[in-house]
Design a protein around this ligand. Structure first.
Ligand code: GLC
Length: 424
């Protein structure tokens, strides 16, 4: 006899998380015609009234959430994301779709000088592309889709390694805090010349940095590095890169590009080895950030500093130390709702502040990575508990952040990437 499983959880008015996810991402949907690309775009915005454009990693999370629920919607968001890809493989962290796109691109001053018609910023976000494509492909098993999409995905990773790791160290660098997605994280304060900054100080420094990056070198990392500008090796960015390369290798093996699978796998392993050689701190038991030409170590304990445990070849003893000593430590990350973006015992930890972001509150998208890594390394009961608490918070409200102390939603409302809880 077959039994129908009841949906995992229900909102007060009886809707399942899956139904709520679909309703949210449909509600945030934006469609239209873009005259430059001659393309009918379709994507979900992160949050009405707050973030109106297509954001790179937000879209990847939307695609992951949608893959099993409405695969066609996921595919169209992915095609939109890839349409603004440059010929050299680069994809910007924001794309301003539509007739006003070039104007907005110039206005926000995060785009390459003179490239405004292309409608995208000149900065990155965590390279989650292959994970998103893998989610779509596992759900639709469509080899034509895979063969059409994979070359673009590989061109994107090739760009990252070529432009952001020109010496072949295995690690890529970021040229602005905005690139790692954790914009106002306190780990960047000292690099920006700030100490316990407020909202205005952070905004001013970051926007000035964008302007300098545009005026002096048009966002070209090699030029920024030469003048010793903002260039940081971020453990989160690199952990997401390695995880993405692993996904790309699996996809390649299933595609017409099967011949490239082992080379991509080797690059993933090289990045993981470099993370463990260059960023691991044996005494602290977590990963540090490196800043500037002299590679100054930044020891602040953030969700980014523990992220590399999720990678496939992280030595088991290091996974154990990160998970048991930090992630599950109540003084650091194991809060009422784990995982705060900054350790609870960090001097700048602020669980309730909403004016600056990424200085304490939990972000659902990072929890998705943590659950994925915990399962990969066999920590299933911790993964289950983290997924349970995350889904409970998402079920109540899709928000930009949540308080680690109470689980209450914070800041941006009707937030797209909080829907990724459905995939935990
Ligand atoms: C904020 C976040 C960034 C995100 C964007 C849109 O700028 O820091 O990571 O992509 O909002 O949600």
């Amino acid at each position: 006899m077959t039994k129908t499983q009841p949906p995992e959880s229900h909102s007060p008015d009886g809707q399942s998380l899956e139904e709520l996810v679909l309703a949210r991402l449909r509600g945030n949907r934006r469609t239209g015609y873009d005259p430059f690309y001659r393309f009918n775009y379709e994507y979900s915005i992160p949050s009405p009234g707050r973030y109106q454009w297509q954001w790179f990693w937000d879209s990847c999370f939307h695609i992951i959430a949608l893959a099993k629920l409405d695969n066609g919607m996921a595919v169209r968001e992915l095609q939109t994301l890839l349409t603004a890809q440059r010929d050299d493989g680069f994809i910007g962290h924001i794309t301003y779709w539509g007739r006003r796109g070039a104007f907005l691109s110039a206005l926000y001053m995060q785009s390459r000088f003179g490239e405004w018609r292309r409608r995208h910023s000149a900065m990155l976000q965590p390279p989650l592309l292959a994970q998103a494509v893998e989610a779509v492909y596992r759900a639709n098993n469509d080899r034509d889709f895979l063969n059409e999409t994979l070359p673009k995905v590989l061109a994107y990773y090739d760009w990252l390694l070529r432009e952001r790791d020109p010496d072949g160290t295995g690690l890529i660098s970021i040229i602005s805090p905005y690139e790692c997605g954790m914009d106002n994280s306190p780990v960047f304060d000292s690099v920006l010349g700030l100490s316990h900054p407020g909202r205005f100080g952070l905004l001013w420094k970051n926007r000035t940095l964008d302007l300098i990056n545009m005026m002096r070198g048009n966002f070209d990392h090699s030029k920024i590095r030469r003048r010793n500008g903002f260039s940081v090796v971020d453990p989160l960015m690199n952990a997401v890169l390695a995880d993405g390369l692993r996904a790309a290798a699996r996809l390649a093996a299933d595609s017409d590009l099967a011949g490239r699978a082992s080379e991509i796998e080797a690059q993933a392993a090289a990045t993981e080895a470099a993370i463990n050689e260059q960023l691991w701190d044996e005494e602290l038991g977590y990963y540090v950030y490196l800043s500037g030409k002299d590679r100054t170590r930044l020891n602040d304990l953030t969700a980014g500093s523990i992220m590399p445990f999720i990678n496939q070849s992280t030595p088991p003893e290091r996974v154990r130390r990160v998970v048991e000593d930090h992630l599950c430590n109540e003084e650091e990350f194991w809060a009422t709702l784990p995982v705060p973006s900054v350790a609870r015992n960090h001097p700048d930890y602020d669980a309730v502040g909403e004016s600056s972001i990424w200085r304490g509150p939990v972000c659902m998208n990072l929890n998705w990575f943590f659950v994925r890594g915990l399962r990969l390394h066999g920590y299933d009961s911790i993964a289950d508990e983290l997924a349970r608490r995350s889904k409970e918070a998402a079920q109540k409200d899709f928000r930009e952040f949540y308080s680690p102390e109470t689980g209450a939603g914070m800041r941006g409302t009707e937030f797209g990437w909080a829907t990724v809880a459905v995939d935990m």
